[in-house]
Design a protein around this ligand. Structure first.
Ligand SMILES: Nc1ncnc2c1ncn2[C@@H]1O[C@H](COP(=O)(O)OP(=O)(O)OP(=O)(O)O)[C@@H](O)[C@H]1O
Length: 571
């Protein structure tokens, strides 16, 4: 998942300024001029200069090489600036996603969690910058050295390139194991830190209760786990040294051992020295940079992204996100207040919503409909009672299972396709087409010449933004969808089409109704009337709830559109 997202973010930042790639490549070419010229210049300096008794010529060749290094220094500066221009938008996009994830998960009050994630995003940004630097440098150096050697003396190529590629292969093969061990080590390290912090905070109590031995055993176990993880990581890290030995040093050994053979084939001492220069000056440092850089930064990026995107941090209960058995919703004795001293907005609510139900929530403004939506979607935690989705507390269920769409739709700078597949980057094109058709977005796509043009959210109407957010959720795997007046900027027909699309899609649908017509489309209706909550079909409630009858009556009087069944008369 994280690899795909890095790719999406990178593609987005590169597509904003595609010439960056061209510039980066051009400066990379300039940077490897000394790598290409090194072997030739040394060979000429020895053969035509120093060995031929013409030191001036030798020095001239070396001066030429020095000039190439100066050019490389200028290029290195430009490369740094261009890489920064690529990774900074990546950082911005990632941070936006992480912070909105934290807000969605109701951790807006937890400034420390957001600051921690911010720090992790910075680490990911630095790691990505380092990866681009070393991978790019290795590829350009390898190609230029290969061309340099072939034009200088093709005989040396079989002595150099096979071990380099073997070392590279060894290293790449060890990367997945390295990532796993690194992640295990980070987790063990965090557990130790947390165990030690808890112990330090309670030292006085530990001592007062005489629990030293027990606490020392618990923390000791944690430290033992961390030591084992560190040893295991060190063992895999040793393969890095092996790949460097094979790829970086074996070619030198082969060149030195093969010198008599090379001289026998008519190569001069200068050419052999030139070949050695290629390996020692360019190839070995580039491979070493790749192995160190990718081994540390690559693994760090993978682990950091997995942590910040995979679960967006642990749920407030501290346990991992859980996948529930279905989406049957069960609220038992639920109370919720916005502060310890505030009046509860919801009090003693019992409610069961079977899997696959379509429930509309209606009630006067400020009665607590959004609060209920937040509780059901796991964004808010009940002050009392429990909200279970498939038997799991709603705030602990995996985020992919549930979706809450608020009134203000979230659309970001990016293509329509990226906006639609934000929750399902791997969605097939046919599914995207189907969602576009289901929500009447074809006209919008046409206006932007297809799905791939970047859109500016400010240029969309509030209704268009809502349609995009709805289609995005429609495409997502969420089986519990809560629309909290998510269609309030749509006209009645578009709203009806959106609700029908979700109802046909399957899964549980809960709609906080903006228009009472939403209640007529739902299988059941929940009326919030003060602290009283009534649930039933439209027909039941018209008779049982004066408030509902009023809401329906007002709507019938003023806005009954054609085609909607006339509700039963008030009792
Ligand atoms: N973040 C908050 N902090 C404090 N009080 C809040 C907060 N959010 C909502 N409330 C209060 O809780 C009550 C219920 O609000 P809620 O938004 O759930 O009602 P609603 O029925 O969705 O209203 P509307 O139909 O106007 O959107 C209101 O009195 C509101 O002022």
């Amino acid at each position: 998942m994280s690899g795909g997202l890095v790719w999406i973010f990178l593609r987005r930042s590169l597509s904003r300024e595609p010439y960056r790639i061209v510039r980066l490549s051009a400066w990379s070419l300039a940077e490897v001029v000394p790598a290409f010229a090194g072997g030739h210049a040394v060979a000429r300096a020895v053969d035509d200069g120093f060995a031929a008794g013409r030191p001036g010529t030798g020095l001239a060749w070396l001066a030429l090489l020095a000039a190439a290094w100066l050019l490389a220094a200028v290029a290195a500066r430009q490369i740094l600036l261009n890489i920064a221009a690529v990774v900074e938008p990546f950082r911005d996009d990632l941070l936006t996603r992480v912070v909105s994830g934290a807000l969605r998960a109701g951790r807006d009050g937890d400034a420390a969690a957001v600051a921690r994630m911010n720090h992790q995003v910075e680490l990911a940004r630095d790691a990505l910058g380092a990866i681009i630097t070393v991978v790019r440098s290795f590829v350009f150096t390898l190609v230029s050295v290969a061309i340099g050697m072939m034009t200088l003396a093709p005989e040396v190529v079989p002595l150099v390139l096979p071990p380099v590629l073997l070392g590279l292969g060894l290293f790449l093969a060890s990367l997945p194991a390295l990532a796993r061990r690194q992640r295990d080590f980070i987790v063990a390290d965090e557990r130790t830190a947390s165990a030690v912090a808890v112990m330090a905070g309670g030292l006085r109590d530990v001592s007062a209760c005489g629990a030293e031995v027990r606490v020392a055993a618990t923390v000791g176990r944690q430290i033992g786990d961390q030591a084992r993880a560190a040893r295991s990581l060190a063992r895999v890290t040793a393969t890095r040294t092996l790949s460097l030995a094979v790829g970086g040093w074996l070619p030198i050994l082969l060149l030195l051992a093969g010198t008599p053979w090379l001289l026998g084939r008519g190569l001069t001492a200068g050419v052999v020295l030139g070949a050695l220069t290629y390996v020692m000056q360019s190839l070995t440092p580039a491979l070493s940079g790749l192995v160190q850089g990718l081994g540390v930064s690559g693994v760090r990026l993978a682990v950091t992204l997995e942590r910040i995107l995979g679960d967006q941090g642990p749920p407030e209960s501290g346990g991992p996100r859980r996948r529930p058995e279905g989406t049957r919703l069960e609220l038992t004795g639920v109370a919720f207040a916005y502060g310890p001293k505030a009046e509860p907005v919801i009090d003693g609510l019992d409610l069961v919503v079977p899997e696959g139900d379509h429930l509309a929530v209606v009630g006067p403004s400020g009665i607590g409909k959004s609060t209920l939506a937040g509780l059901v979607a796991g964004v808010l935690r009940p002050t009392e009672g429990s909200v279970l989705v498939g038997g799991v507390p709603a705030n602990e269920t995996h985020e992919a299972v549930r979706a809450l769409i608020p009134q203000e739709a979230y659309v970001f700078h990016g293509s329509l396709a990226e906006n639609l597949t934000y929750l399902t980057p791997e969605a097939p094109a046919e599914a995207v087409d189907e969602a576009v058709a289901a929500f009447g977005l074809a006209g919008l796509a046409q206006r932007f010449d297809g799905y791939d043009t970047e859109i500016d959210p400010a240029e969309l109407s509030a209704g268009e933004r809502q349609l995009i957010a709805l289609a995005r959720t429609y495409l997502s795997p969420a089986r519990l969808v809560v629309l909290d007046e998510a269609t309030c900027h749509l006209d009645a027909a578009a709203e009806a089409r959106a609700e029908a699309a979700f109802a046909a899609r399957g899964g549980t649908l809960i709609v906080v109704a903006h228009r009472i017509s939403s209640a007529l489309r739902a299988r059941r209706v929940l009326v919030m009337d003060g602290t009283r909550v009534l649930v039933g079909t439209h027909e039941d409630l018209v008779g049982a709830s004066p408030l509902y009858a009023d809401l329906v009556g007002l709507w019938v009087d003023h806005r009954l559109p054609q085609g909607i069944p006339t509700p039963s008369p008030r009792p």
